[in-house]
Design a protein around this ligand. Structure first.
Ligand SMILES: [Ca+2]
Ligand SMILES: [Ca+2]
Ligand SMILES: [Ca+2]
Ligand SMILES: [Ca+2]
Length: 333
């Protein structure tokens, strides 16, 4: 049978044979796909009749029917991050990760689009761009992964998926807990619309392209969530005079209390609390405490130091929801 004689079923009148003895469907170059036989595959079929003519068996073949499998256009989009992507105010190129899948049975370019200005959320990222995961490692790599260009959309083989990264800048004005939705849309380049819509002759191998159940377009949303923290520092003083009272006379001991309250869902790094010893007072050696635990004046393993002019307590990384209380004492000269 000839593969060159490709015709469409609708142009062929199938002759009814005298006696249908055998049907032998042939699928050439077929391959199991989620969407079925590959578009452009030629399906050929010849029927045979046989009968007994005076003791001799005679067989008669029908003409061969050849038809090309049309191309289904289907596309899927999925946001792949396990949850909101944590970002900080002012962060640049915050990455959201999506998968775009060709659910059709032919190779198809995917036209990508972004909606980063959804109004139902707290903010919009700026300078949003799309990158294709060129090295297919699931991670955005600067300089390796390819900036998406509408002029050259990526072509996906049947059943194939690509990873698409959306990169957005987070406005500095955002606040802790604010979320932003960003939507990625992918559309079959050949066309989209109501399932069953036919684009005549535009399928792989010369058949038609037919819009599948997805409408040949799909979208999904990813989310940023701002994680930030802030520190509020308050200072109070209590006085104990030499007489057991609270008068602020020479010789009275002033106990300063610094309350560092860290708020927000994020954390602060490299937090250091410092306080200069005021004029007309003298620091009380080894009087620094952090959360009621004594610290040494020397620079050593603990968080406290006194350098002759002031105290410092190094808190390091402090998570939101933490309150640290530092106390130290001076004597009024
Ligand atoms: Ca195609
Ligand atoms: Ca928005
Ligand atoms: Ca990559
Ligand atoms: Ca120390």
């Amino acid at each position: 049978m000839s593969l060159g004689k490709r015709q469409h079923l609708r142009f062929i009148a199938l002759h009814a044979p005298l006696l249908l003895a055998a049907l032998s469907p042939v699928c050439l170059a077929s391959q199991a796909q989620a969407a079925g036989t590959l578009a452009g595959t030629s399906i050929e079929n010849t029927a045979t009749a046989s009968y007994d003519d005076g003791g001799t068996t005679v067989t008669v073949d029908s003409n061969t029917v050849s038809l090309i499998v049309d191309e289904i256009l289907d596309i899927a989009v999925n946001w792949d991050d396990p949850g909101d992507v944590s970002v900080r105010p002012g962060e640049l190129d915050a990455v959201l990760k999506f998968t775009v899948t060709n659910g059709g049975n032919g190779p198809e370019p995917a036209i990508l689009g972004i909606d980063s200005n959804i109004a139902s959320d707290a903010f919009d990222p700026t300078a949003v761009t799309m990158f294709i995961d060129t090295d297919d490692n699931g991670v955005y790599d600067v300089g390796t992964d390819t900036l998406y260009s509408p002029a050259t959309p990526p072509t996906l083989a049947p059943d194939a998926s690509i990873t698409v990264f959306l990169l957005g800048d987070i406005p500095a004005s955002t606040a802790d807990g604010e979320r932003s939705e960003v939507e990625l849309t992918a559309t079959a380049a050949t066309g989209s619309g109501t399932p069953g819509t036919v684009f005549a002759g535009q399928g792989e191998g010369g058949g038609d392209a037919v819009v599948g159940s997805t409408g040949a377009t799909a979208d999904d949303s990813g989310f940023y969530a701002v994680v930030d923290a802030a520190l509020d520092l308050t200072k109070t003083a209590t006085v104990l005079d030499p007489f057991g009272g609270a008068t602020q006379v020479p010789g009275a001991i002033i106990t300063y209390r610094l309350t560092a309250e860290t708020t927000g869902s994020g954390a602060l790094d490299n937090v250091v609390i410092t306080d200069a010893i005021p004029a007309d007072t003298t620091y009380v050696d080894e009087s620094i405490t952090l959360d009621s635990t004594g610290l040494t004046d020397t620079a050593d393993a603990d968080a406290g130091t006194y350098d002759g002019s002031g105290i410092a307590v190094t808190l390091g990384t402090v998570a939101g929801g933490t309150t640290n209380i530092i106390e130290f004492q001076v004597v009024i000269d």
